[in-house]
Design a protein around this ligand. Structure first.
Ligand code: FAD
Length: 389
């Protein structure tokens, strides 16, 4: 892994910003307002620029960059449109699982294809009856006639339609006790497209209030096949541990997404507050508005530093579930507060689809929910400071 110095980090930030200004900002508000997904050519360009394999070692087709660089790229993409920063999350989750737990053969087979965008992935962990309580996942994977057959349901699988591979947490041993020892991760191949392949694999999109550039699906599996070679790490019963080990990356990346969205809302409010005239002066002259902006920039910077701190710890190879949890929880709540206050700066226009202030606010609401709810993050933090209790 190459640790980028400050100059390289500035250059990475500048180049991602340029990409966002050229490819994302001209289209994202219109697409968001019309409930449309990110155009596939934009995803193709992200792959070409190496965003999907940022942290994969060069020998597996990646860029070999560190976690801080990954956070910077994520932040800048999300500053354009949360969904764009979040496309990367899918490849990061599957890629980091394979990097950490895959067999050598799996690394050689999948990582270069994920890095190049040839294989797009989605994470299928959550189920209709089981969300935070990961150990209780029910979807069954049974070995029959030399392959796994998956039966059960998943929900909130974002990007499932466009993915070539679903990274599925499945129960391979229903008798195992404690029950988390019966879980395994399978790399389940499918054809991309909204049609899926019912009845073996059916999917339907879930209408949402934000996060519009990607669709989240509820999925029904009825004997859907998966090759035995696609069992992550080649050993059953390890799925729970494999997933926990990669939560740190996903949480740092989610904190970076929250920082990006909050920064975009501040940028927009800064501009508007100097242009909007009331009582014969720009509203930025009113102390209450100035202080809203000052609070926002302070909170964003605090979240950004916490995110980079967790990323730096990750790069030293130290355990950082506490720091990643703090960064994710703090940044999520910060983004909700900041985007709401920045919408307020716009007055009535903030509530209108003509301005993106409402998009940032709708998008920011999801941070406290996905990648482990805030309540779960605080449990992780509390356990660490209370010595496991
Ligand atoms: C837009 C969106 C996209 C998503 N994308 C994906 C995806 O791609 N893949 C995927 O697998 N999942 C995805 N999710 C699902 C997401 O990860 C879950 O919603 C989340 O983990 C919470 O699970 P749940 O919704 O079942 O809530 P529950 O676990 O049922 O929780 C309900 C409430 O109870 C609280 N709670 C639960 N347990 C505890 C506890 N022990 N202590 C204190 N409070 C607790 C929670 O914090 C929450 O407030 C997505 C969700 C959304 C909204």
């Amino acid at each position: 892994m190459a640790a980028a110095d400050d100059g390289e980090r500035d250059e990475i930030r500048r180049s991602v910003r340029e990409f966002v200004e050229r490819e994302v900002l001209p289209v994202c508000d219109d697409l968001d307002n019309r409930d449309q997904e990110i155009p596939l050519p934009v995803i193709g360009k992200m792959a070409e620029l190496g965003y999907f394999g940022l942290i994969f070692p060069a020998e597996y087709g990646g860029m070999g960059l560190d976690t801080v660089a990954m956070a910077i790229v994520t932040e800048e993409l999300s500053r354009g449109w949360l969904s764009v920063g979040s496309v990367m999350t899918r490849m990061l989750i599957t890629g980091s699982l394979i990097m950490a737990a895959g067999t050598e053969e799996q690394k050689r087979k999948w990582l270069p294809r994920i890095a190049s965008g040839e294989v797009l992935t989605a994470a299928a962990f959550t189920e209709p009856d089981v969300g935070s309580d990961t150990a209780s996942m029910k979807l069954r994977a049974e070995k029959r006639d030399g392959q796994y057959r998956l039966t059960g349901e998943k929900t909130w699988c974002t990007f499932a339609n466009r993915a070539h591979v679903l990274t599925v947490l499945a129960r391979t041993d229903p008798e195992a006790r404690p029950k988390h020892k019966g879980l395994s991760i399978l790399l389940v191949e499918k054809n991309p497209g909204d049609g899926f392949s019912p009845p073996a694999l059916a999917g339907s999109p879930i209408p949402t209030i934000g996060y519009k550039g990607m669709r989240s699906y509820s999925l029904q599996f009825d004997g859907y096949p998966c090759a035995v070679d696609n069992l992550l790490g080649g050993e059953e019963g390890k799925g729970f541990y494999q997933l926990m080990a990669t939560y740190e990356y996903a949480r740092i990346q989610t904190a970076a997404r929250a920082v990006g969205v909050a920064q975009a809302s501040l940028d927009a409010a800064l501009k508007y507050s100097q242009e909007r005239i009331q009582f014969d002066r720009p509203i930025a002259d009113f102390q209450v508005i100035r202080h809203k902006l000052a609070h926002a920039v302070t909170e964003i910077e605090a979240a950004r530093r916490l995110c980079y701190y967790a990323a730096e710890m990750k790069d030293t190879g130290k355990r950082c579930d506490l720091e990643a949890g703090m960064a994710k929880a703090f940044a999520a709540e910060m983004a909700e507060r900041v985007t709401s206050e920045m919408l307020q700066v716009f007055g009535g226009y903030g509530y209108s689809r003509e301005y993106p202030a409402q998009r940032y606010w709708r998008d920011a609401r999801v941070f406290r929910i996905f990648e482990g709810t805030s309540e779960i993050q605080y449990e992780v933090i509390a356990k660490r400071i209370l010595g496991g209790k």
